[in-house]
Design a binder for this molecule. Structure first.
Ligand code: PLP
Length: 462
């Protein structure tokens, strides 16, 4: 008798400790929203029913991770927790130097502080927003070179996270002396959580090698990328996600990592690299702002949680469930007639707010309108990734200069919500979609000078 195959993929864990969700009414939520200036970052999170604002640091730790937390050794220098962390990162990535940091952006600040600077240019498939900010803070240029398919929202190309190798070649031909390193973000968060193929990475590697330019990974979602390679890239099905992840790291000279994503930890990260000279400079900067080289701004217990999380994230039952949950949310939206970035990627579903609300022009912030509606109607928190986040106010006319796209991101925290939470989100979104004609736009009434989406305030228009 063959092994029966069932199509329902269950959460591969049981729940031993619960966090209650406080139910609210629409009237209460409307009042909270108004008091928050219609900015969902300004809400108290216990006024949210299902929180899909981000998958960063919001995952649930396992019993083994909590046990490891108790084993954490808080010695200032040379803690055994550091050596367990170092071993976990080195056996996964193979890099010579493993430098702990408190989160991904600290690794970025230290790396680019050591190697970038005025007159330099750092190419990438897409820089994540903190990565761009840290490259630019050194005076260097952050240059995005996404593959052409990345701009086609509804297209089903399997690897829209790929880097445009031809444009990289052109850049390096003219300016390789100005390029300290090339960065590949796996998966491509800014481009919709889209994966990068092994084939693309091998090509990027070979172009970089030809010009003597080091290749670095922004590895925040390396495990989700590895499993998407297994599922989508010809000839990769029989390999384990761990084996694919190891090959990806072996193609690079170093990596930055936010362990708040695929480290399944609430805080942590690392900078890992082979160059002795760069590691020496990075450690000096680390001591200046983060802490000694064996803790880097983390407690020993955090190092333990990350070490264990890096093992668990490559469990294939977990990865199958993880990617299926995202796909399931995407399928639900599609059947409700909600346009999404296709195909679903690794950690989130992105709704095409411009296509969904064609009567709300980009200058009236369609993504923000949808975010407010999902919260007031059903208590679901998401985040606008569009004109609020990447556009700007024209200083002369006061009008909004729109971003390239107006998207709404719903990111799934790791191991936190069950299928009925996801079903509920689909139902709320369907309810909002049926009433989409009644949704109006928003205007910004107060904004800070930088990273305005975190603290801006809004007013409904019309
Ligand atoms: C979150 C993230 C970062 C920054 O990491 P933090 O831990 O938030 O500082 C960098 N790159 C990518 C792709 C990310 O998703």
């Amino acid at each position: 008798m063959p092994e029966p195959s069932f199509h329902t993929i269950i959460e591969p864990f049981r729940i031993k400790s619960v966090d209650p969700i406080r139910m609210t009414t629409r009237e209460e939520r409307q009042a909270k929203l108004e008091a928050a200036g219609y900015n969902l970052f300004r809400l108290h999170s216990d006024d949210v029913l299902v929180d899909l604002l981000t998958d960063s640091g919001t995952g649930a730790m396992s019993a083994d991770q909590w046990a490891a937390v108790m084993r954490g050794d808080e010695s200032y220098a040379g803690s055994p927790s550091y050596y367990r962390f170092e071993e976990a990162v080195r056996s996964l990535t193979g890099f010579r130097h493993i430098i702990p940091v408190h989160q991904g952006r600290a690794a970025e600040k230290i790396l680019f502080g050591a190697v970038a600077g005025a007159g330099k240019v750092v190419p990438a498939n897409h820089h994540f927003d903190t990565t761009r900010a840290n490259v630019e803070a050194t005076g260097a240029e952050a240059l995005d070179l996404p593959c052409p398919e990345a701009a086609d929202i509804a297209g089903r190309h399997p690897f829209k996270g790929n880097l445009d190798v031809e444009r990289l070649d052109e850049l390096l031909e003219g300016r390789s002396a100005d390029v300290p390193l090339c960065l590949v973000t796996v998966t491509d968060n800014t481009g919709g959580g889209q994966p990068v193929s092994l084939e693309n990475l091998r090509q990027v590697r070979s172009v970089c090698q030809r010009y003597g330019v080091p290749l670095f990974l922004d590895a925040a979602r390396f495990a989700e990328n590895a499993y998407l390679v297994k599922l989508r890239e010809p000839g990769q099905r029989a390999r384990s996600a761990r084996d694919i992840a190891r090959e990806v790291f072996s193609l690079a000279d170093g990596a930055t990592m936010s362990a708040k994503k695929d480290g399944i930890a609430n805080i942590g990260g690392f900078l890992a690299l082979n160059s002795d000279a760069w590691a020496e400079r990075a450690r000096q900067l680390l001591i200046l702002t983060e802490g000694f080289t064996t803790y880097g701004g983390l407690a020993g217990r955090d190092l333990e949680a990350v070490a264990r999380g890096l093992e668990e994230v490559l469990d294939e039952d977990y990865l199958r469930y993880r990617l299926r949950s995202v796909e399931y949310l995407g399928e639900g939206f599609r059947s409700a007639g909600i346009p999404i970035v296709e195909p679903p990627g690794g950690h989130a579903i992105f709704v095409d707010a411009r296509a969904m609300l064609p009567h709300v022009p980009p200058s009236r912030l369609p993504g923000q309108s949808l975010a407010c509606a999902l919260y007031s109607e059903g208590g679901v928190r998401s985040v606008e990734v569009g004109t609020v986040m990447f556009g700007r106010t024209d200083p002369v006319t006061g009008d909004q200069v729109p971003a390239a796209m107006d998207l709404l991101r719903l990111a799934l925290p790791r191991r936190v919500y069950t299928q009925s939470h996801v079903d509920y989100v689909i139902e709320v979104a369907g309810h909002v979609a049926e009433r989409r004609d009644r949704l109006g736009g928003y205007r910004i009434v107060g904004e800070p000078s930088a990273l305005r989406h975190f603290s801006a305030t809004y007013q409904p228009v019309g």
